[in-house]
Design a protein around this ligand. Structure first.
Ligand code: NAD
Length: 483
């Protein structure tokens, strides 16, 4: 008997008013782990109303008391650390170590939320005119919501929710229907904190429920993380409905390797970047641009190391790369590899048709390397979101920077070099939100803002860090005179 998940509304687990459900499938074993309700407009309305009702009392709860809940949340997340990581592996397919890394990053966002009272201040100028003072007071705004993707089901909701509520807002989470179990466990742990009912809420569903969240008059702002086409819709819909919005989209991250770079260290980092989480990271390296003489040794070493990666079920400690999220993701990735080959790329390592003993129906794609890729090929331009690395060749640094900047995406870009001049020019000239210098995954830590440029981000204030404090609060100007 497979259970059907419930929404979390006003401190209670509530059945959906819809009986339509989608299976949540373990992508390695194909076991159906649960059914997630599709959700309805009525469900969304009930959820938002619970968050609205909780707002006045929560807003006037002292900020230090609000932060205290997050100290206890952190302690409980640490206690349940291995359970959280296991749930991520089961529903997402990544390896246990990758899931542990994700949970650790999520807890770091809770750490940041705990520090928020030290930063969330207004400012004041005395005597803007004789005997008149002016103050900018920082205030929460109401109900915020997050619409989150499958690939970091634990970490991404934690980028937003803890900071938003410590700042005095109440919250609605709409997790990915592909990976709702991590969010369910996060909510169960939040429930154990005995916060006032309605401060945090969760509503399940897909496109229809997302749309209801984006258009509901009770919601003041939306944080979105997902693919670029949906990010664009979210940005436009929220703006049309008068909401604040930050919409983080897809990516195509380039990695430049210069002659003279430390080859062993570069390859190790590129391997982690391209094949970590089976390439399903918005910061995953997708195209390597080998400059000049770096090309041949780099390609040979990448092929050698990628072909020896152990692909398997994430819960097995010996697995180095897990599955992709679903059978349809696997089909899409294999189709994109085939398109690249049809367009002239050489599959020097081909992960299509990968099977793993004991998990014959699992959604595995083996590590893939396409050589001789050029900018006119779809594999150089479009997001693949799988374990596929394309290799391009550039004659010099300037040509490499041109290739990187030709991408419509701008989430991240890295350079491997031993030249300070190249490193400086790269970070100066490359139009991406996150730059790695001899670092393959340039992931901002919780106290720094995180977001891309171009088609990788729609909005102005990024997630995390000081931007999050700005996003979740407004300033009110008070001009004051006493007779
Ligand atoms: P997705 O865009 O398919 O879904 C994201 C969320 O949007 C889910 O909750 C989904 O239910 C909802 N949704 C789907 N279609 C919708 C629609 N038409 N209208 C409204 N809501 C809709 O993304 P995904 O496949 O879950 O995640 C992978 C994508 O996320 C990749 O493109 C990846 O690059 C991106 N991503 C970006 C970042 C970042 O920080 N830029 C981080 C993680 C993932």
């Amino acid at each position: 008997m497979v259970r059907t998940l419930k929404h979390y509304i006003g401190g209670e687990w509530v059945e959906s008013t819809s009986d339509k459900v989608t299976p949540v499938v373990n992508p390695a074993t194909c076991d159906v782990l649960a059914h997630v309700p599709e959700g309805t407009l009525e469900d969304v309305d009930k959820t938002v109303k619970a968050a609205e009702a909780a707002y006045p009392e929560w807003r006037s709860t002292p900020i230090l008391s609000r932060a205290q809940y997050m100290y206890r949340y952190k302690a409980l997340l640490e206690e349940r650390f291995e359970d959280l990581a296991r749930v991520v592996v089961e529903e997402n397919g990544k390896t246990r170590d990758e899931a542990r890394g994700e949970v650790r990053r999520g807890i770091e966002s809770v750490d940041f939320a705990i520090s928020v009272p030290s930063f969330a201040r207004g400012y004041k100028t005395e005597d803007i005119s004789s005997g008149i003072d002016e103050t900018a007071e920082r205030q929460p705004m109401g109900v915020f919501a997050a619409i989150t993707p499958f690939n970091f089901p634990m970490m991404v909701p934690l980028w937003f929710l803890p900071t938003a509520i410590v700042l005095g807002n109440t919250y609605v989470l709409k997790p990915s229907p592909q990976t709702p179990l991590s969010s369910e466990l996060m909510m169960e742990i939040l429930h154990d904190l005995d916060m006032p009912e309605g401060v945090v809420n969760m509503v399940h569903g897909g496109k229809e429920v997302s749309t209801a969240v984006m258009t509901h008059p009770g919601i003041v702002g939306v944080s979105f993380v997902g693919s670029t086409p949906v990010a664009r819709i979210v940005y436009e819909t929220c703006a049309k409905h008068g909401k604040r919005v930050q919409a983080q989209g897809g990516a195509k991250n380039y990695i430049v390797v210069m002659p003279g770079a430390d080859m062993a260290a570069s390859v190790k980092n590129i391997m982690g970047s391209a094949y970590g989480c089976a390439g399903q990271r918005c910061l995953a390296g997708s195209v390597v641009v080998a400059v000049g003489d770096a090309y041949e040794p780099l390609r040979d070493e990448l092929v050698k190391q990628a072909s020896s990666l152990r692909v398997g079920y994430g819960l097995s400690e010996t697995t180095q790369m897990g599955t992709v999220i679903s059978a349809s993701a696997r089909e899409r990735i294999e189709r994109m590899i085939s398109e690249g080959v049809a367009e002239g790329a050489t599959p020097v390592l081909d992960g299509r048709g990968k099977t793993v003993e004991g998990f014959e129906n699992g959604s595995f794609v083996g590590p893939t390397i396409l050589d001789g890729v050029t900018m006119d090929m779809s594999v150089a331009r479009d997001e693949i979101f799988g374990p596929v690395l394309s290799i391009m060749h550039a004659d010099d640094f300037d040509e490499a920077v041109e290739l990187v900047n030709a991408s419509k995406f701008g989430n991240a870009a890295s350079i491997f070099t031993s030249s300070g001049r190249d490193a400086r020019e790269f970070k100066y000239r490359v139009n991406a939100g996150n730059i790695g210098i001899n670092v393959g995954v340039a992931a901002a830590t919780a106290s720094f803002p995180f977001g891309g440029k171009k088609d990788s981000f729609f909005g102005d204030l990024h997630g995390q860090g000081p931007d999050a404090i700005e996003f979740f609060t407004d300033r009110k100007i008070v001009i004051e005179r006493w007779f």
